[in-house]
Design a protein around this ligand. Structure first.
Ligand SMILES: Nc1ncnc2c1ncn2[C@@H]1O[C@H](COP(=O)(O)OP(=O)(O)OP(=O)(O)O)[C@@H](O)[C@H]1O
Length: 255
């Protein structure tokens, strides 16, 4: 069960977001309220185009809300910050940099001395299973390996919060399962506060401490589920399948 005394890393309070355009205003987020607690793995789950990426962009400070406020570690978000790491569906790696250069880029920009940032980058390269690939260029790596680089890059900044926006959406089913297991393993050994976006119920249940089911656009919190199945989870266990059925049926009500 969630211990409400834990420190809130994210506080979304009455958040709304409207995109203004000549063709008409588009209300995408409407009175969104939720907290995410320290070291919690929260999955934002909802139908396609409901506004999940928009919420992550608001939390990471890439977009300002039009109403309400978002606090991260008690401070109002008013722009992007290296304290909030992002992992995207497309890896956005620098193709002309090696794996090591990609992973150490964040600390380098923050002026972390070379020895320290190399050690830090190596720790996370090892953690994601890319030991031996430090000097390869991303183009030589598979999609799953490129996502590992993206994850190592996010962790190497040692952010207080990592946002992952459908990071395995482009991967084939088998690689996706493998990467879900990898994220499970990484977050078991390196606890972080993670907000992970998906529209895949299985992925949500496999990874989440808590699932926030979102309404269709304009989005807000429809329902929350604390997932207390033992880890690593078994996709085929009766409890897993029952929860999947329950959440999928509930999602149909949000459409
Ligand atoms: N910069 C923008 N300007 C105008 N409309 C936008 C902008 N960004 C997102 N939208 C609109 O907001 C709605 C929600 O988009 P968003 O990408 O947040 O949904 P999503 O749930 O992440 O979708 P998916 O599951 O397909 O990735 C969509 O209708 C989209 O067209």
């Amino acid at each position: 069960m969630m211990d409400e005394k834990r420190r809130a890393v994210i506080e979304c309070r009455h958040v709304s977001k409207t995109f203004y355009a000549l063709s008409g205003d588009h209300l995408v987020v409407d009175d969104l309220n939720f907290n995410v607690y320290e070291n919690e793995f929260v999955v934002l789950f909802g139908p396609g185009q409901c506004g999940k990426s928009t919420i992550l962009n608001l939390i990471s400070g890439l977009e300002p809300p039009t109403g309400g406020e978002i606090l991260v570690s008690g401070e109002r978000v008013d722009g992007p910050s290296p304290k909030r790491g992002m992992v995207y569906q497309t890896t956005n790696l620098f193709m002309w940099f090696t794996v090591m250069q990609n992973v150490e880029f964040g600390p380098k920009m923050q002026g972390v001395p070379k020895k320290e940032r190399r050690e830090r980058a190596q720790k996370y390269i090892d953690l994601v299973g890319l030991n031996g690939f430090e000097h390869q260029f991303p183009v030589r790596l598979s999609g799953g390996m490129q996502q590992r680089v993206g994850i190592a890059r996010a962790y190497t900044n040692e952010p207080e919060l990592i946002c992952m926006d459908e990071p395995f959406g482009h991967l084939d089913a088998q690689t996706r399962y493998l990467m879900e297991e990898e994220v499970e393993r990484i977050s078991a050994s390196e606890r972080r506060t993670v907000v992970f976006v998906t529209n895949n119920a299985e992925e949500a249940i496999y990874l989440a401490d808590r699932i926030i089911l979102l309404h269709n656009c304009p989005t807000s919190v429809h329902k929350e589920y604390t997932v207390d199945l033992p880890r690593p989870r078994d996709y085929t266990s009766p409890a897993f399948l029952a929860l999947r059925e329950q959440i999928t049926a509930e999602m149909d009500k949000t459409l």
